[in-house]
Design a protein around this ligand. Structure first.
Ligand code: ADP
Ligand code: SR1
Ligand code: MG
Ligand code: MG
Ligand code: MG
Length: 418
């Protein structure tokens, strides 16, 4: 029967577990002997199994009480599975087109089952490394971010609802603290988790640890990350958390979800696009010219922000959607005040977005603990470090000049200048 205490599964025991949950077994069809189980987890934290039967399939994801890529020396709460499921369901309510459906949740086992995103779905980061274009990417990601962020903010909800939701997600403190540690703290000090392409980037890493102005920018972003309960954010929205085909875009892996600043999600996505851009020169060994592809990445970056802004404002302008306590209709009666409020809100959000984009790029991805395949797959360390240095310099510029950047087009100009 169903377990009531935690037990880690393996490829060998998943089928027994599934057999004990009749609605899951039914989804697969046939019986246990016909089911195929394959562990495919390539993330840093969890175990992911694809389970297929005669007439159906699903993905089963289980959290273990530690960080997978480090081992049991770094314990991590099993409750992350609960927060991941809760966020998938909440975001799925607002944006079912871009969030996989959850079929099953077993709280004591810290596991859940969801829709299997079958091939040709591929992790976006891998598609970007391969040089594949996704024509609907900006349209879909702007849709996902505008709807999930707007609808979980005080622009759409009452303070009663909002406070209850904030309180619930405060329980995800261990994952928030992991981000505080690896994004906002360790890259700016000597820490055993840090690593980089050495010796090429030794001086670059040192200059980050000695840049007082940069550290103060990071301190204010860290405060914002910890204090600003603006919306239910995904919390780990890099290009490894998005699966794509030419027609479909699906956002997975919101285990870091909590009520935080919207700019942390938008910045994570845009920052990771910028990392993909700077890594392209390391992926020309197949003699493919990536110049046109680099332009496409910049276009996605630009379109994603501009479409996000347009869609977010459209939601805010629609009276039937504007039920939140932040701007009571009785107070903001004139169209002019309403427009001014929107302008200021989006201006602040843009600045947060650029700050978090820079912080994410620097931190884990170049000098911190968790690097990205975009750069790691460049075998030649000279070439890799040149790409990484440009990304690092852009990120630093972004952090320091963001308050003066008036549009995403100016950000693109900055990228081109590095
Ligand atoms: P982690 O939390 O460890 O990062 P992820 O949720 O990112 O785990 O999943 C790890 C990998 O498993 C993904 O990169 C993807 O290849 C695969 N995966 C996860 N969810 C699905 C899904 N619903 N359908 C197909 N593959 C999936
Ligand atoms: C131990 S740091 C692991 C990183 O991988 C997760 O997906 C998050 O991005 C986290 O920062
Ligand atoms: Mg992941
Ligand atoms: Mg749509
Ligand atoms: Mg994860």
């Amino acid at each position: 029967g169903k377990a009531t205490t935690f037990r880690p599964l393996s490829e060998n025991t998943v089928a027994d577990y599934v057999q004990s949950v009749s609605h899951l077994a039914k989804r697969l069809g046939g019986s246990k002997q016909d089911w195929a189980v394959k562990e495919v987890g390539d993330g840093n934290l969890n175990f992911v199994y694809i389970v297929t039967g005669a007439s159906g399939s699903f993905v089963l994801k289980q959290a273990l009480p530690y960080v997978r890529c480090v081992g049991d020396s770094w314990p991590l709460s099993l409750e992350r599975a609960y927060f991941e499921v809760t966020a998938l369901q909440e975001h799925g309510k607002h944006c079912p087109e871009h969030v996989p459906e959850v079929y099953h949740f077993d709280h004591p086992m810290a596991l859940f089952a969801m829709r299997y995103l079958a091939p040709p779905h591929i992790i976006l980061r891998k598609g970007l490394i391969a040089g594949t274009k996704y024509p609907l990417l900006a349209e879909h990601m702007s849709d996902y971010m505008a709807r999930t962020l707007f609808n979980t903010s005080l622009l759409a909800t009452s303070t009663t609802e909002h406070k209850a939701a904030v309180a619930k997600f405060c329980g995800n403190v261990e994952l928030c603290r992991l981000t505080e540690q690896v994004v906002f703290t360790e890259p700016y000090m000597i820490a055993s988790n840090n690593h980089w392409t050495t010796p090429q980037l030794d001086e670059d890493a040192k200059s980050i640890r000695e840049d007082d102005y940069l550290k103060l920018e990071i301190a204010s972003l860290k405060s914002k990350f910890c204090e600003k309960s603006q919306a239910l954010i995904h919390g780990d929205l890099h290009t490894g958390s998005v699966m794509v085909t030419q027609e479909s875009t699906q956002v997975i892996d919101p285990e870091f979800a909590f009520y935080g600043p919207m700019g942390f999600d938008i910045g994570a996505f845009l920052g990771n696009l910028a990392l993909a851009y700077f890594s392209q020169d390391g992926h020309t060994s197949d003699n493919s010219n990536r110049d046109e592809y680099k332009e496409w990445i910049l276009k996605v970056l630009q379109d994603t922000w501009n479409l996000f802004k347009e869609k977010f404002l459209l939601l805010w302008t629609d009276k039937s959607q504007r039920m939140g306590d932040a701007y009571p209709a009785g107070v903001y009666t004139s169209l002019e005040t309403h427009k001014l409020a929107q302008k200021i809100y989006l201006r602040d959000l843009f600045e947060d977005t650029l700050g978090f984009a820079g912080a994410k790029m620097i931190s884990r991805r170049i000098v911190g603990i968790a690097h990205v395949e975009d750069f790691e797959s460049i075998e030649n360390p000279e070439l890799r470090s040149q790409c990484e240095r440009r990304a690092l310099n852009f990120a630093k510029d972004l952090l320091k000049t963001r308050s003066k950047l008036a549009s995403i087009e100016e950000v693109i100009q900055l990228i081109r200048k590095v």
